[in-house]
Design a protein around this ligand. Structure first.
Ligand SMILES: Cc1ncc(COP(=O)(O)O)c(C=O)c1O
Length: 365
């Protein structure tokens, strides 16, 4: 049994998402690229690559990782490329998507031998968080002015539009795609491919997959484009837990349990978005606040109910710990970095990465 803390990736749960993605590819004609910003744990890429078409990226490092570890189709995108990285990005990509017309123009010569695209911003999104809303006022994420985009159509053959955000509502997706068609329809029929980005929770329970597929296919046929999806969270949702052990218990008006992990270091997004972690089944008469071991006063995973009193040494599984966790983990307080463990389809567990004091030291100088 590995030492806690560790992220436990369960391939049989990952498989459920992969099968839905494969279904959508087959029935809609869309291609699916894993968004590495969300999940880049390459030890399971061999497994995932049987069900997906490739990867998309947000930096030079990600595009190289995608090409090297996942293979298949590799898309490059970045909010802004530096002069010093553009050649290496192009070397490692099948398509490059620029965030702005000025970047497209700046790298016109360097990128003349590769398929190019531009990010469009339809100025509508499903995000309820200003922080994560690509359509927020003054957003830098993509071009929105049709006249300006028309002027560079000879340089591009596709668009990327990412405006869904944790969107589990098909009707909302459908309506927003309608908005995109109204706004950019004249441009869409002039390109060969359109990526609709990530943020669509189509692998979730009860998502109307057939309606989704039909909508994607109709869009693709209407404009004569190859559609791409860039699922991050949808690829790995509910596949992984963060396994932790209770180190101490206290009563300070509430029952507290301190675990050998930290929300700030190991599940940072929950803190950023002020969300609580998930623990199942979250039932029983014993209520506890589960706290991290960093010095941050608000290092709290949340308050949960348990069937029994919690004791030092108990194991707790924090649910849904794959997305935006391992890619964001950090060495705050020098808290031990969770190992990464894979649960194979036959139930056996394999430690694929452990982090040591030397890793901590080498992350600094
Ligand atoms: C351009 C782009 N594609 C894909 C994604 C993946 O989104 P998600 O993990 O919500 O599916 C994001 C997330 O921010 C993104 O910005």
């Amino acid at each position: 049994m590995p030492h806690t803390p560790y992220y436990l990736i369960d391939k049989s749960k990952l498989l459920r998402n992969m099968e839905k993605i494969a279904y959508v590819r087959e029935h809609s004609g869309a291609k699916a690229l894993l968004a590495l910003k969300c999940f880049a744990t390459w030890s399971v890429f061999d497994f995932m690559s049987d069900y997906m078409d490739g990867t998309t990226s947000s930096s030079l490092h990600e595009v190289k990782l995608g090409r090297k570890k996942f293979g298949k189709e590799t898309h490059a995108y970045s909010v802004a490329y530096a002069d010093s990285e553009i050649d290496e990005v192009i070397e490692n990509a099948d398509k490059i998507i620029f965030n702005s017309i000025s970047q497209l123009n700046r790298f016109a010569d360097a990128a003349s031998g590769i398929v190019r695209g531009l990010r469009l911003n339809p100025q509508v999104s499903s995000s309820s968080f200003d922080l994560a809303d690509p359509a927020r006022p003054f957003s830098r994420l993509g071009e929105w002015d049709v006249t300006k985009v028309e002027a560079v159509m000879d340089r591009i053959s596709g668009f990327m539009i990412h405006n869904n955000c944790e969107n589990a509502d098909f009707d909302l997706f459908d309506n927003m795609l309608g908005d995109i068609e109204t706004k950019f329809g004249s441009l869409l029929s002039r390109v060969e491919w359109v990526s609709l980005g990530g943020g669509i929770h189509f692998t979730g329970d009860n998502y109307p997959l057939d309606k989704f597929c039909a909508r994607l296919r109709a869009f693709s046929e209407k404009y004569g484009v190859q559609v791409y999806l860039e699922p991050g969270e949808a690829s790995i949702t509910k596949s992984t837990t963060l396994e932790v052990t209770v180190l101490d218990t206290l009563f300070n008006g509430k029952n507290l349990a301190i675990v050998d992990s930290s929300i700030e270091a190991h599940m940072l997004d929950l803190l950023i978005y002020r969300e609580t972690a998930k623990i199942e089944p979250n039932k029983g008469d014993h209520a506890y606040m589960i706290c991290g071991k960093s010095c941050l006063a608000g290092d709290v995973f949340g308050e949960f109910n348990f069937a029994n009193e919690i004791r030092v040494g108990d194991r707790i599984s924090i649910q849904d710990a794959a997305g935006y966790t391992m890619v964001k983990k950090n060495w705050f307080n020098g808290v031990g970095m969770p190992s990464i463990v894979i649960k194979e389809l036959d139930g056996s567990e394999r430690v694929v990465r452990e982090f040591t004091f030397d890793d901590y030291v080498s992350s600094l100088s």
